[in-house]
Design a protein around this ligand. Sequence first.
Ligand SMILES: [Zn+2]
Length: 328
Amino acid sequence: MCCNENIKERIAGSVQQSSLDLSEISGMKFFDPHVHMTSRTTDDYQAMADAGVVALIEPAFWLGQPRTGVDSFTDYYSSLIGWERFRSSQFGIKHYCTIGLNSREANNEKLAEQVMEILPHFIFKEGVVGIGEIGFDDQTPAEEKYFRLQLELAKEAGLPVQIHTPHRDKKNGTTRSMDIALEQGLDPYSIIIDHNNEETVKEVLDRGFWAAFTIYPFTKMGNERMVEIVKQYGSERIMINSAADWGISDPLAVPKSAALMKRSGISLADIELVTYRNAITAFAQSGQIDEKDFEQLQPVDQAQKFASNSILRGGQQPRIDKNSIIIS
Ligand SMILES: [Zn+2]
């Protein structure tokens, strides 16, 4: 009984969500500063481009199951600065990434040591806008050790840091993450604290950090809660992301939230800050973001290839769109 009710509620929720009219935000540009495109489809890329997402950041994370060797990390980081960036470009979306050892896999210390050795080979590559996502999962001593080492690396490299806060014991984990960052001598203005909620936002903003919010369907922050947060705290140092990955998540979370905010009477200036401008300001501290790259609609040529691979499959015709008004 309870479960049927639950399903009904969920279906009602999804109908409500799909009725959100994205034409309300047509012409607006969005920057999704946390989305794991490696686990998404080309349909998602197309839908994001259609909804106005012009640029995104893909943080390095785990893959749903533990890696067994350092070569898997090498290949994954290489794909974030290579194939995935190319794939994104095929939909006219500028792709950036952050590179780091995620908290879960920091607990395999033997492997973590090897990953620390390869990180410097990746963090200075084109399109890498920070160290991330790093921080705590279970808040173990090993997680703390590699969190501190990577904060040190970020400080030396002069890169922003994208911090994943734990889902369990979030409030303490968030406070502790900020304490450690300050202990390591980092400037809070270079640090984006992610996955905030109503319990953590005030402290994060009061201490001078950036506060990022992940909009997840059915869990954590829904975008109605997000609207209330922007009403209460304003738009300074706040940003919204989808954190879409291989789980139930929504790669259109940023434009949908913008539409909901607009409908809720939040000013266009504030919407622009939390769905676009603040992410650029925070991550441009890397020196890697040139807004000119996505200010205007990027020409798309899907006949292009990356290492002799294209996104086209047998017999498909490439979508070549050089900003032409003629659709053929
Ligand atoms: Zn993530």
